[in-house]
Design a protein around this ligand. Structure first.
Ligand code: ADP
Ligand SMILES: O=P(O)(O)O[C@H]1O[C@H](CO)[C@@H](O[C@H]2O[C@H](CO)[C@@H](O)[C@H](O)[C@H]2O)[C@H](O)[C@H]1O
Length: 484
């Protein structure tokens, strides 16, 4: 048990990018020490992991658990001032200064060494008395001479690159049980899929305290397993698919007289390759995870779920009200289907989850939609949900650039609007044709239309909450569904 005052963590959480409860009234209900990363020399810092339970005091209520790994030093480390959490007396170590361990190269080197030692241990597992278990798969030899660099992007988790060799993602919001990012990467890695970053290992903690009842936990006979971190191949030649798409649109806008297929930086070849990559990944997932066919009653439930999501969205985005008939009609057509094939999918696919490397496209982040409960994210779903996510992204990219251009160049709006639709249409078509391998059947079209509508509604809520200036993009898509 940690001796830290809960307020210390509350103040720290509010300062981080990854805390999902910002803006909501909350309090730290409990702090639990799960263990220490094994030190290898006397000079190493103590690296400990706490789980911080946050309880919300608003109408929605509920609670969440966040992982806070810390590097503890007896003297202040000014190089880590930006990652300072607090100072307090620890029963085992005395007075310590605590820093977020993800910012500390010394602490990260210890994690990497623990993963490395797991590779040489029986079964690829390194267990310590506290219940921390480092697992390794494959035969990649980790480069222990590298320095760690914490990614600085807007992330719901925290990723640290070890040179150009490996990437460790530390999950921040912790839900008991299997983390699909690990389980899906595990399967795709063993199946030698060429469109993902290979999994090198992961870190679990087994909660063997009988007094701690963690709901939904995966019991393995010795306790409840919580998955804390994932180590994988670092894609060193990667460019973000979203950034590449934006660059392509900018090229098109800069060449006012050219069509999308004539402009430099045409994206359609990449869209085709992305469609092929997704098809391959879905194929491997279907081979290795359960597949099922939803009977009409279950398909009706799918339509009901979309209706319910729209009902909730209307509370946040009242502008949706004028389009509800068209949206509900798109969902309702699902009820006419004789069945729907479902399997393990990505669940939250968009261009920002794709990386172009010298060896082709890679798909990352198989955790599913962050806002959904874990049990829902683990359920098989239609692959057309992923396809719809990508189609929405091909719509977003040119509209985002169009908005940026409009700020700097008030003239030429009509032509840019034409170019925007041209780019979106061209790349959606290339992606879809490559994915489907030909014309879509009527049933596939119904499924795809429903998922596209559902995703656009989700996006209106996401943008209203996170980037209100962008809500016009998905709202326009919803309006187009109404006009079709
Ligand atoms: N294996 C990898 N190699 C290099 N960059 C990666 C790799 N996996 C993810 N990324 C990049 O790291 C960032 C965060 O990854 P992501 O898995 O989406 O994290 P989160 O779950 O926090 O959203 C993204 O910019 C992504 O492009
Ligand atoms: O990447 P996350 O899993 O956190 O997904 C969330 O954030 C995404 C934005 O980063 C959001 O995606 C939406 O905006 C993208 C452009 O920034 C666009 O390409 C996507 O098509 C659009 O949905 C995603 O919806 C949200 O879940």
């Amino acid at each position: 048990m940690s001796e830290v005052e809960p307020e210390v963590f509350a103040r720290y959480l509010e300062r981080t990018r990854w805390f999902g409860g910002k803006g909501r009234p909350f309090r730290v209900a409990s702090v639990r020490r799960v263990g220490a990363v094994p030190a290898t020399t006397d000079g190493d810092p103590q690296v400990v992991i706490d789980l911080v339970e946050v309880a919300y005091d608003d109408a929605s209520g509920g609670s969440e658990v966040y992982q806070v790994p810390m590097a503890l030093y007896t003297d202040p480390e000014t190089r880590l001032d930006h990652a300072f959490i607090g100072w307090w007396e620890e029963p085992a170590y005395g007075w310590v200064h605590a820093y977020d361990a993800l910012h500390d190269r010394e602490a990260m080197a210890l994690w990497l060494r623990a993963f490395d030692r797991a590779a040489g241990s029986p079964g690829g597992n390194l267990n310590d008395d506290s219940g921390l278990r480092f697992h390794r798969i494959g035969d990649h030899a980790l480069d222990l001479e590298t320095h760690s660099t914490l990614f600085s992007g807007e992330q719901s988790n925290s990723s640290v690159a070890f040179g150009e060799d490996a990437l460790m993602k530390v999950f921040r919001k912790i839900t008991p049980g299997v983390n699909p990012d690990i389980s899906v990467h595990d399967v795709l890695t063993r199946a030698e899929s060429t469109h993902i970053a290979s999994l090198y290992g992961w870190l679990d903690w087994v909660d063997s305290d009988p007094a701690s009842s963690v709901e939904g936990g995966a019991e393995d006979g010795t306790g409840t397993t919580l998955q804390l971190a994932m180590l994988q191949e670092f894609l060193r030649t990667a460019s973000d698919g979203w950034d590449l798409a934006l660059a392509s649109v900018r090229n098109l806008f800069a060449e006012a007289d050219l069509h999308a297929h004539e402009a430099g930086g045409d994206f359609s070849g990449e869209a085709t390759r992305l469609g092929q990559a997704l098809r391959e990944v879905h194929g491997v997932l279907a081979e290795h995870f359960p597949v099922d066919r939803l009977a009409p009653a279950a398909v009706a439930e799918l339509a009901d779920a979309m209706d319910a999501r729209l009902d909730e969205a209307l509370q946040v985005v009242p502008e949706l009200a004028q389009h509800t008939d068209a949206l509900r009609a798109a969902y309702s057509r699902l009820r006419e289907l004789e069945g729907v094939d479902v399997q393990q999918i990505h669940g939250d696919l968009h261009l920002g989850q794709t990386l172009r490397t010298s060896l082709g496209w890679k798909i990352v982040d198989f955790e599913g939609e962050p806002a959904k409960p874990l049990a829902e994210r683990l359920l098989p779903d239609s692959p057309w949900r992923d396809v719809a996510g990508m189609l929405r992204s091909f719509d977003y990219a040119p509209h985002v650039v169009e908005r940026q251009f409009a700020e700097d160049h008030p003239d030429g709006g009509e032509q840019r609007a034409y170019r925007t639709e041209e780019w979106a249409h061209r790349n959606r078509n290339h992606f879809l044709t490559a994915y489907a391998g030909g014309e879509l059947s009527d049933a596939e079209r119904v499924l795809l239309d429903a998922y596209v509508a559902d995703k656009a509604v989700y996006e209106t809520v996401y943008e209203t909450r996170n980037r209100p200036a962008w809500v016009a993009i998905p709202l326009a898509a919803v309006a187009r569904i109404g006009a079709a």
